[in-house]
Design a binder for this molecule. Structure first.
Ligand SMILES: [Zn+2]
Ligand SMILES: [Zn+2]
Length: 584
């Protein structure tokens, strides 16, 4: 089954990369002076970067797509030949980008191959479908964006055309429909619309500001995680957001995070940094005193922000930010306690994600044996740690996908992938086993025989980056959060000002039960009040008028629409309070 899935992925990559060739061919027909650069397959499609002599935007995509279809019938196959650097340079004499690529291949003494289909020839390593005219029917150009040549802002800005391709019309249509739905749910649009967060030019990009409503959701989620952790014996700690350079030199972060560190020089000339991670600080809490084996494990929980200097071009809504809140925790334990502690975290993850309605897939993220330099510590320790994670998946009877090269630089991970309402997969929770940090900071406990015993460190985040997690959640729910997470759970809509007094008493009753409630006191028509509450995605609307006032009841409407139901106020309160406490 797994084999099959990976073959299919491979095929889609070849199909999409072939489509990139076809795109470049069509572009050259329509814009003979354009310079194609590179055109890889990506996760859900492909792109090709061009240097255009004139601006090309999304308005032009239809014509390019039409040209692609027109060319396709003559694309019977991809033929290829190896050429000398000299021949290659002659072929691409007018394209400085390709010449740069050829120079590099030449320097690295790599084979240079040209692939031709129809009348179009490109510099390429290969990886195409065999019969493009038959296989490459179902593609679509999607969007246009700017992209620097080779991702560096020092280089010229190119025009990137994105597209996708599938092996059947059905799959393509489904994908396009999903994209359409995703656009409606875009957290960058919905978030500000629902007044959950904002950005300020003065504060800077990638630095989201959380509004009162957004903060309600963050706190509810974080409190839930804390409640689950507390049940497993975690304790809260707190740390400053900056540190001396020395801490990161010891931990290895100074080296690994060099480019992403926000650095600070104090007035006395000392070098400090904003923390990009919390682990090194937490080691110093553990190291404050010797620990007997009886006190092990020590479990520290800390929801706090970390800071990474992402490039401005990479920032996107809440998905990629410079100030990241992590619901972080570190467990310091004896090697004999690893599995038990990791299973406890796994339990927390299971409970948390079933409450928010996500199915989880497990990925074991391993080191890349081909690149040992990327990782701290001894190879043997890594193999032991990696084997432990495999055993855990086996013991739980969970099928896991193993991925080499996805480990953290200090240890392998169990990563949990959530599938959202649109079928998209996101990496969310993570449990990381770390034998290196304790070595670097000389962390130990005193064992039964009075000797020092090296401890291990487990890093665990349930939501991971809360900003990114919220971007996923907003889109998963399309902004219609379940009652327990909704910033406003109940909105009271009096039919006219005459019933304001009763409306206030309903408001008070709900507030006393801890329900987040708002009263719409405007002298608007009822239909306008209902429409606004629906736009705000408030789960419950209570309409109150003469009849409701007379018999102490409320007419309940839900944001989904449907019939209005009259309930005694007490029964409604009881129902909504139960729904909130059960996180239904
Ligand atoms: Zn190619
Ligand atoms: Zn950590």
């Amino acid at each position: 089954m797994k084999q099959h899935a990976s073959n299919e992925k491979n095929y889609l990559q070849r199909l999409r990369h072939s489509a990139a060739h076809l795109l470049a061919a069509a572009v050259l027909q329509l814009y003979p002076d354009a310079k194609p650069t590179i055109g890889p397959a990506i996760d859900d499609g492909f792109y090709y970067d061009f240097d255009f002599p004139e601006p090309v935007g999304e308005a032009e995509l239809a014509a390019i797509e039409q040209k692609m279809h027109a060319l396709l019938s003559r694309w019977k196959e991809f033929s290829h030949r190896e050429v000398s650097p000299k021949e290659a340079r002659a072929q691409f004499a007018r394209n400085a980008y390709k010449l740069e690529l050829i120079d590099e291949l030449d320097q690295q003494k790599e084979a240079i191959t040209l692939y031709t289909s129809g009348a179009f020839t490109d510099l390429c390593r290969g990886g195409h479908v065999e019969k493009p005219s038959e296989e490459l029917q179902h593609f679509k150009l999607l969007s246009v964006a700017g992209a620097y040549w080779r991702g560096s802002e020092k280089n010229s800005m190119l025009t990137r055309i994105y597209g996708t391709a599938f092996s059947s019309k059905k799959e393509l249509d489904e994908y396009l429909q999903m994209k359409e739905e995703a656009k409606k749910r875009d957290h960058k649009v919905l978030g500000p619309q629902l007044d959950l967060f904002t950005f300020s030019e003065l504060v800077g990009s990638g630095l989201p500001l959380w509004t009162p409503k957004g903060m309600v959701i963050r706190s509810e989620l974080d409190n839930f995680v804390w409640q689950l952790r507390q049940e497993k014996g975690y304790q809260r700690v707190e740390i400053p957001h900056i540190t001396k350079k020395d801490l990161y030199e010891t931990s290895g972060h100074w080296d690994k995070f060099k480019d992403e560190l926000f650095r600070i020089v104090t007035r006395e000339g000392h070098e400090f940094a904003m923390k990009p991670m919390n682990c090194p600080h937490h080691t110093q809490i553990f190291a404050r005193k010797p620990h007997s084996y009886r006190e092990m494990p020590q479990r520290y929980a800390n929801t706090t922000m970390v800071y990474r200097d992402e490039q401005s071009g990479e920032l996107a809504g809440l998905s990629r930010v410079r100030s990241i809140t992590q619901d972080d925790a570190h467990v310091f334990c004896r090697p004999s306690q690893i599995k038990e502690e990791m299973f406890k975290i796994w339990d927390i993850i299971d409970t948390f994600y079933s409450a928010v309605g996500f199915d989880l897939d497990l990925r074991i993220s391993l080191s890349d044996p081909a690149e040992p330099k990327k990782y701290l510590g001894k190879r043997d320790d890594w193999l032991v740690a990696e084997a432990t994670l495999r055993e855990m998946a086996d013991e739980r009877g969970v099928e896991a996908q193993e991925v080499e090269g996805e480990a953290a630089f200090y240890g392998p991970k169990l990563d949990f992938m959530a599938r959202d309402a649109l079928g998209r997969e996101w990496q969310v929770a993570t449990i990381q086993l770390d034998m290196n940090m304790p070595e670097r900071f000389d962390l130990y406990c005193i064992n039964e025989s009075g000797e020092k015993e090296r401890v291990v460190m487990i890093h665990a985040a349930i939501m991971g980056a809360i900003e990114r997690y919220l971007s996923i959640l907003i889109e998963h729910y399309a902004g219609a959060f379940p009652v327990w997470l909704s910033p406003v759970q109940v909105k009271i809509l009096p039919i006219s000002d005459k019933f304001l007094e009763y409306a206030h008493s309903v408001e008070k009753t709900l507030q006393e039960q801890g329900v987040r409630v708002e009263l719409d006191e405007r002298s608007e028509r009822l239909s306008a009040k209902i429409r606004d509450a629906q736009l705000e995605k408030t789960p419950y609307m209570l309409v109150v008028g003469e009849k409701e006032q007379a018999d102490n009841s409320v007419a309940v409407r839900t944001r989904e629409g449907g019939a209005q139901e009259v309930l005694a106020l007490d029964s409604f309160v009881e129902q909504v309070v139960r729904e909130i406490s059960e996180r239904a």
